[in-house]
Write a new protein. Structure first.
Ligand code: GH3
Ligand code: MG
Ligand code: MG
Length: 375
């Protein structure tokens, strides 16, 4: 939660803005607001007490640009524009006040802040280049002022001290920025890794690893969505449970690995057959699958489910212990057309009972498709 005080320099940037950009954004705001206010104060001071009009006028203009950009940044969050305006502003204002003041009242010490802003806002490389450009002008004028500034007290020793202080600040700021950049890069890398984990976890929590069908947990979620959609379109809505016949025998005869392969093939058939609703087939566990079907007539619901059974048969997976000699499935269905009660458990129970009936009727059959249930 952002409190009012910290929001002065930070206000709602995009949630996918990088940490490094957020830092820049905050520094730009600090520069714009603080220097905007300071400049305003200086321009008043210079007008009222010093009658140093050119400087005062310049300060007033700079103050206006700073404060205007500060307010605008809160609305449009344009880092590019903010960086450009604040950097140009710092560059020209500091330079102009440095040159115009001619060493008076030590106004020129403010130039020591240039690298702090230039580097933090524009990054290490660009910031250092800008600082060098800035300081070559500054040092030139400082050199030209030798023996003249400060009533002639400005000498070679003060010039050298001035240079070392500024370059010292530049160097320290550069090192700081490089450290920040390295740290933020590391953070961004970690964020990417976390993102990958989240995607993998999301998948793991909804998808069955063997068949890549959605799992039981996801059925609960999708049931609600599909139910609402069917209700909206006043369609026929079915939940079916599909259980492979004599699959224990299949495993015992052909081995567990062959069993897994068969499960994958069946899953692929389910996906293909139900393509129109590809995300509506699920592996419930073991050799049991489920599906959600939505269609405008009962006939279409039944056709769709019959196709599933027929396509499994068409695979012709050998199963010597089954009565047909191939792997088959039994399917129990619950169809509704009255949407006054939303009850997954009840639909599941009806479909499960139908499945039990299909098994007891000799397997390889569909039960419940012709009857419309009320919940
Ligand atoms: P029914 O026709 O009555 O459904 O008989 P069934 O043998 O299919 O039923 P049962 O529930 O007794 O057996 C299910 C078998 O499915 C037990 C187990 O060997 C097998 N099975 C369950 N999960 C897996 C799996 O992930 N891989 C493999 N290969 N087999 C599995
Ligand atoms: Mg079975
Ligand atoms: Mg079973």
């Amino acid at each position: 939660m952002i409190n009012k005080f910290s929001a002065i320099f930070y206000s709602g940037v995009d949630s996918n803005t990088s940490n490094n950009d957020i830092r820049k954004y905050v520094i730009i705001n600090i520069l714009l607001l603080v220097s905007g206010l300071l400049l305003f104060f200086f321009s008043l001071y210079n007008t009222l007490t010093k009658t140093h009009y050119p400087l005062a006028g310049m300060e007033f203009i700079a103050s206006f640009i700073n404060l205007y950009t500060y307010i605008e940044m809160k609305k449009i969050h344009s880092l590019k524009r903010g960086s450009l305006i604040s950097t140009l502003n710092a560059f020209f204002f500091l330079l102009a006040s440095f040159i115009l003041s001619q060493g008076a009242d030590l106004i020129f010490v403010w130039v020591i802040f240039f690298p702090v802003f230039a580097i933090f806002i524009n990054g290490a490389k660009k910031g250092v280049l800008l600082s060098f450009l800035f300081y070559s002008i500054v040092f030139y004028f400082a050199y030209m002022g030798l023996g003249k500034w400060m009533d002639g007290l400005w000498n070679m020793a003060s010039f050298m001290r001035f240079i070392s202080a500024n370059l010292g600040m530049l160097f320290v700021t550069y090192l700081l920025e490089r450290s920040f950049e390295a740290a933020y890069k590391e953070l961004a890398k970690n964020r990417d890794i976390e993102q990958e984990y989240i995607v993998a976890l999301e998948k793991a929590s909804t998808v069955d690893p063997l068949t890549e069908l959605y799992n039981r947990r996801h059925l609960d979620y999708l049931f609600n969505k599909r139910y609402d959609k069917a209700k909206e379109h006043n369609s026929y809505f079915a939940l079916f449970i599909l259980d492979l016949d004599k699959f224990k025998d299949y495993n015992d005869t052909y081995g567990h690995i062959a069993g897994d392969k068969a499960l994958k093939k069946i899953a692929d058939v389910l996906k293909q057959t139900m393509q129109r609703n590809a995300d509506s087939v699920f592996r419930m566990g073991g050799e049991e699958f489920a599906g959600l079907v939505m269609a405008e007539s009962l006939e279409k619901v039944c056709n769709s489910i019959s196709n599933v059974k027929a396509n499994i048969e068409a695979l012709s997976i050998e199963h010597v212990k089954s009565s047909k000699g191939i792997l088959t499935a039994s399917i129990g269905v619950c169809v509704i057309h009255d949407f006054s009660v939303k009850d997954f458990d009840k639909m599941y129970k009806i479909a499960d009972e139908a499945l039990y009936k299909a098994k007891s009727l000799g397997r390889n059959s569909i039960v419940g498709c012709e009857d419309i249930s009320t919940l």
